[in-house]
Design a protein around this ligand. Structure first.
Ligand code: ADP
Ligand code: MG
Length: 363
């Protein structure tokens, strides 16, 4: 049995179904991220895990014990879970030390001595890189430092599970990236199971052992970052995880999982993926812009080689993005910044067969 077992969880607000049949097993020490667009149910799932919401169906078990079910929920303060929110809610009138010590007081741990409080607060402040700032007030700290105070406050109770709801979204881009690395380090060092919520797919990929992609209250896919990016379960996931060309074509035949798809007057071999599909009819191919090579690819990979006309090229700094008309579809192609093509130029494109995914789902 996994450390955390989420079984058939459903949550309604009135007639609105915010979570539908969520099933998930999370191992101890895992870093799992709930990823999805705004309103898809991420916070609702996290709050249900924390015990702030009672499910309308299903069960949540931690370490074998049922914490949430229709018949009742163990209250949040009895769950040994820490929680960190987007708006860090540190107390402005308390020093850094007092803010963190306050975490121990609200946890109502039996008889923690003053000496022990001091030691634990200092240890956790060192862990989040705030040592030396114990006496400051939040108003004298940067946004990143305030967020560390919130993190320290939830860590000081030594939770076995830390729930984090978009904890970095109020920080600027550079700081967000640095905090990512620090959070990941902290998780590895402490061995705490992290359940992290974000709508930022890059953040999810950088941090997670596994990503749970949500849409409209349902889990779309669970997998490690590479799997979710390279083998999306459906078009929603393909789209949400990064730029993708969605190419409409006609299925002309198949040999096992290899499909032959006509796009305009050209044919592409593609990989069937997801639910079984018919042998003829319309299909949508998902192709990542960076998977397409300009020129003939000499490699050993099975490649589609097609032609197209350059519409335009946009310099984006680290890459150049070309729009290329292949007749029946326009592809976005990302290439190195040293690759230049003039509008109207005829080019050869190579697309590995395994990078052409025929995926189901809404376009
Ligand atoms: N207390 C509530 N009452 C009514 N509707 C709610 C409540 N909490 C959340 N919702 C609705 O449930 C859906 C999921 O919300 P939420 O879990 O906060 O999404 P996310 O965190 O993914 O942005 C949204 O449509 C939201 O409006
Ligand atoms: Mg939310």
């Amino acid at each position: 049995m996994a450390f955390i077992e989420i079984e058939g969880i459903e949550k309604r607000f009135g007639s609105y179904v915010a979570l539908a049949d969520i099933n998930l097993a999370i191992e101890a020490r895992e870093f799992v991220t709930f990823l999805g667009p705004s309103g898809c149910g991420k916070t609702t799932m996290l709050r249900t895990l924390a015990g702030f919401l009672t499910p309308d169906a299903g069960k949540i078990r931690v370490d074998g014990a049922v914490l949430s079910s229709v018949s009742g929920s163990v209250p949040p303060e009895a769950r040994r879970m820490g929680m960190v929110f987007q708006n860090y809610a540190v107390w402005p009138h308390m020093s850094v030390f007092e803010n963190v010590a306050f975490g121990l007081l609200v946890a109502r741990e039996p008889r923690v001595s003053a000496g022990e409080i001091d030691a634990r607060v200092r240890r956790v402040l060192a862990a989040v890189g705030l040592d030396g700032l114990e006496g400051r007030h939040p108003g004298q700290l940067s946004g990143g430092q305030q967020q560390r105070v919130a993190l320290a406050r939830s860590l000081v109770v030594e939770p076995s599970i830390l729930l984090l709801d978009e904890p970095l979204s109020n920080l600027d881009a550079k700081l967000r990236e640095r905090m990512r690395t620090e959070l990941k380090d902290l998780q590895r060092r402490t061995g705490i199971t992290f359940i992290y919520v974000t709508h930022d797919q890059a953040e999810a990929m950088a941090l997670s052992d596994r990503i749970v992609v949500f849409n409209k209250g349902r889990v779309q896919q669970v997998g490690n970052p590479r799997t979710v990016y390279e083998r999306p379960a459906n078009l929603f996931v393909a789209d949400f995880m990064g730029l993708v060309n969605k190419v409409e074509g006609q299925l002309e035949g198949r040999d096992g999982d290899t499909l032959c798809v006509r796009v305009g007057v050209q044919s592409l071999l593609a990989q069937a993926h997801g639910p079984a599909m018919a042998t003829t009819g319309p299909v949508i191919l998902a192709i990542r812009p960076e998977a397409i090579r300009l020129g003939a690819e000499p490699g050993a990979v099975a490649c589609n080689v097609i032609t197209g006309n350059v519409i335009d090229s946009t310099f984006l700094g680290n890459i150049v993005e070309h729009r290329i008309d292949i007749g029946g579809a326009v592809l976005r192609v990302q290439a190195g910044r040293w690759v230049f093509h003039a509008p109207g130029e005829r080019v050869v494109l190579s697309i590995p067969v395994e990078e052409c995914l025929a995926v189901g789902g809404e376009a």
